[in-house]
Design a protein around this ligand. Sequence first.
Ligand SMILES: [Zn+2]
Ligand SMILES: [Zn+2]
Length: 279
Amino acid sequence: MGQAFACCKGLDFSHMQHHFAKGARQSFVLAAAAQQPSWVVDDMQDSCYGCAAEFNYRNRKHHCRRCHNIYCDACTAYREKLLLFGFTQAVRLCQMCLTAAREENSFLDDHLPLLQEGSTFLRHHGYGRKVPIFVKLSPDTASLVCMEPGRGAAGSSLVFLAEVRSVSMEHASTLVLQLQASSTTLKFDACSTNECRAWLEALQAACAWSQRPALKQAVEEARAARWEQLQYAQYSKAAAENRKQRQAAREQMAAKYNISSFSSSYAHRRAVSNGYAVS
Ligand SMILES: [Zn+2]
Ligand SMILES: [Zn+2]
């Protein structure tokens, strides 16, 4: 299992709890907020990040409050709380962020309080031996902190959620954590079936949470790719416009010199541009 809790070396169980004060969720939200995607400044986009419609005095720019990209009003018509960044009231979101925000809110509202409050289980130690252990989620949500009451640092360990392969339940009230790297299986008896179920769901959500890609990086990578796409679309549009103008000029020329059948072959165009009528 993970390493001991170094900063609490030699101190007792009650002292260790100061690391997980009630403001844990708040500090977590602040830490996540520091990882927000960069804010796209207004001058950087003249068309909607979603539908590519051009902005003008009627089609105004709006920022999605989660990905911080610039959209038209229709593409940011969604409103939802954004607990990840500390918004407890509904804010303007794009469609992609609406789905993501709902998932995040569900974890932060429904599961995080239980995990951060922690609970006491009986941990299986082999040969039928079971030891009481206090388990709670670390403030950065990356690991489970397991503390054996009265044993200080020696009785503390971390289980990194990124290393958990699966969480399941057996015998009505036993949580089973299967770890990735080793073939280690951790078993914890909860005090009731209901408590076990609640922890099962919460731990599964926490594992998915800890293994999701970093928001800032994911948004900024997608943004770079999308901008390339938008630039290419703009370039293609300009090229098509150019072709149309050249075609119109040729037709004008053909009409002027009374050319009935106008071929686009090089020789014909050359002849026309040199001022010869070609039939
Ligand atoms: Zn749009
Ligand atoms: Zn968004």
